[in-house]
Design a protein around this ligand. Structure first.
Ligand code: ADP
Ligand code: MG
Length: 300
């Protein structure tokens, strides 16, 4: 498979001109993204997501290391094949949506008005094209931002936190757009600091922390690493049985016992019933991606 993005040992050190202090933006990042992949770059604030993206689109120059996009260094020649949505995009608010998209279309050398209506329809912002951007909600701004990024029918779409700051409905709207693009076979790189957002969209995720990529994986592989367990809420358990299960919490009359395996659970339930104990509930506990993420980050 062909690598569309190839990053090796990428370092970016920011120099603050006033304090003459150095700030580590990226600290040796490695990342490859192949054609047709939807890759989620995940990490807490300040991890280096925006820095990575800006280096890929050529808005920043690396301090050292390698970045190749379609086999070449980032530059003007790739403008035609990349669509880019910056983090918190600020558009000229006095323009209407249509004027904004027309402006970007001209920048791309696209003179076909039909294309503007097409991307606007696709991103479901066509109804608001004659409104000024100043009247748009955050979700609408993200939609017009994605429409802008799609104008040149890019082979690679790069979106920096496309879901941040949106209400649940807004998020769903943007997720639907991303899923549609995925179905079309587009290569997408997007960043997020919110795990559940990427769970349903990406086929691979990478966790970035303090300027390094800690772990990348296919979601199903990561899911396989999840340990399942069960929490049983019960009452009237004889003390000798209770003492055999160290992972327990007493809350009022109820005792919550944690079991790691299904056969352990079955065995436990049989013993309780036999001892005339009362089972109030059984809740399966799955390690969520959220927990996995925290483990990855805090394990350092
Ligand atoms: N223009 C800049 N000047 C100095 N430091 C910066 C600049 N941009 C980002 N940084 C620093 O680089 C690190 C990574 O930031 P960033 O890439 O924006 O993270 P993220 O997008 O994951 O939140 C942070 O410590 C941030 O403070
Ligand atoms: Mg950022």
């Amino acid at each position: 498979m062909k690598n569309i993005i190839e990053i090796e040992n990428l370092v970016k050190i920011y120099r603050s001109p006033f304090l003459r202090k150095k700030v580590m933006g990226l600290n040796g990042l490695d990342l490859n993204i192949q054609a047709g992949e939807v890759f989620g770059l995940l990490g807490p604030n300040g991890a280096g997501k925006t820095t990575t993206i800006k280096l890929i689109v050529g808005l920043l120059k690396p301090t050292s290391g390698k970045v190749l996009i379609f086999g070449e260094s980032p530059g003007l020649s790739q403008k035609r094949v990349i669509g880019y949505l910056p983090e918190n995009p600020h558009f000229y608010t006095y323009l209407t949506g249509l004027e904004l998209l027309s402006l970007y279309a001209r920048l791309f050398g696209i003179w076909n008005k039909g294309r503007i209506y097409e991307v606007a329809k696709w991103t479901k912002i066509n109804y608001a094209l004659h409104q000024r951007i100043s009247t748009y909600s955050r979700g609408m701004v993200q939609r017009i931002g994605i429409a802008q990024a799609l104008l040149n029918d890019p082979q690679l779409l790069i979106l920096d936190e496309p879901l941040s700051g949106l209400d649940p409905q807004g998020r769903k709207g943007i997720k639907d757009i991303l899923l549609k693009l995925k179905e079309e076979g587009k290569t997408i790189l997007f960043s997020s600091h919110i795990l559940p957002d990427v769970e349903m969209i990406c086929n691979r995720i990478g966790i970035i922390y303090r300027g390094k990529l800690l772990n990348t994986g296919v979601l199903s592989e990561i899911a396989d690493m999840e340990i399942r367990g069960f929490e049983v809420q019960c009452r009237n358990i004889p003390n000798d049985i209770k003492s055999e299960y160290p992972e327990r919490i007493q809350r009022g009359e109820d005792i919550y016992i944690y079991l790691h395996k299904e056969d352990e659970l079955n065995d436990f339930l049989k013993r309780i019933i036999h001892a005339n104990g009362k089972i109030m509930g059984v809740v399966p506990r799955k390690k969520t991606l959220e927990e996995y993420f925290i483990e990855q980050v805090e394990g350092r």
